[in-house]
Design a protein around this ligand. Structure first.
Ligand code: NAD
Length: 264
């Protein structure tokens, strides 16, 4: 296998300034793809990040700070990526947020934000990426869903609804592209220790009056039989596999990597 199988491809990963998105961006860069980063953060730090990934892997990088809850900003980002790199060959819909509350206490604006960022943004990027992918008859769309796209947890209604929606959208996209060289699949991680989950660890430690380490163990013990976190690097390796020729006939799956969560 060539060491850089994705050389001359361009990957756009939403929400790649942190956590899983950054892990996937680094794995795709290691496989030779040029990377368009997106996500929030301090611009000086982001510039250092994009330059260091470009240098480490000998690829080109760009950054667009579009807010994934804003369709017109998404459209500008997709147009800019096409202008700069001639199209988006690999689209990873990863940006996501979480809010934990009972349904009757769930802030309406949080519900709207979660649906917009975790679900609707994937529709906007996908509808704008597909014409270019169809013209080349090659493309990979990878949607970062969650085990919460397959099963539910209490107090996460908006997140569970958005992620189940994203799994459904993945299947529709896969069917509409079934006779082309474009595939669309979802990845469904269990617990991954990123800033998104660290907030839930902190809340648990405070609520139960326990240490951070014990709060992590308690969180894992409840849902994830392996007792270990999934890592962004492991998820990145799965994304690279989905981009390979071996994965040409993997279409419309929701592939969990979850330490056994959904096997229960
Ligand atoms: P994270 O908080 O570390 O990273 C989220 C990224 O999204 C950041 O780059 C952030 O800047 C960006 N982002 C947030 N709101 C945005 C917006 N409006 N516009 C553009 N970018 C925005 O979170 P993470 O844990 O790496 O999560 C990444 C994805 O993986 C999410 O979709 C999440 O639901 C999913 N996921 C995470 C876990 C987990 O255990 N961490 C498990 C399953 C699924």
């Amino acid at each position: 296998m060539p060491t850089q199988p994705l050389k001359d491809k361009t990957a756009l990963i939403t929400g790649s300034t942190s956590g899983i998105g950054l892990g996937i961006a680094r794995s795709l860069a290691a496989a030779g793809a040029n990377i368009v980063f997106n996500g929030f953060g301090e611009i000086g730090e982001i510039n250092i990040l994009t330059a260091s990934v470009a240098q480490e892997f000998g690829i080109k990088t760009a950054y667009n700070g579009a807010d994934m809850s804003m369709p017109e900003q998404i459209a500008k980002m997709m147009a800019e990526a096409t202008q700069r790199f001639g199209g988006v060959d690999i689209l990873v819909n990863n940006a996501g947020i979480q809010h934990v509350a009972n349904i009757e206490d769930f802030p309406v604006e949080k519900w709207d934000a979660i649906i917009a960022i975790n679900l609707s943004s994937a529709f906007h990027t996908t509808r704008l990426a597909l014409p270019g992918m169809k013209a080349k008859n090659w493309g990979r769309i990878i949607n970062l869903a969650s085990v919460h796209g397959l099963v539910a947890s209490a107090q996460k209604s908006a997140y569970v609804a958005a992620k189940h929606g994203l799994v459904g959208f993945t299947k529709s996209t896969a069917l509409e592209t079934a006779t082309t060289g474009i595939t669309c699949n979802a990845i469904c991680p269990g617990w991954v220790l990123t800033p998104l989950v660290q907030k839930q660890v902190d809340a648990r430690a405070e609520k139960d009056g326990i240490s951070n380490e014990l709060a992590k163990k308690a969180l894992l013990a409840e849902k994830q039989p392996s007792g270990e976190f999934v890592t962004p690097e492991q998820l990145g390796a799965l994304a690279v596999f989905f981009c390979s020729d071996a994965a040409n006939q993997i279409r419309g799956v929701a592939w969990n990597m979850d330490g056994g969560w959904v096997a229960q």
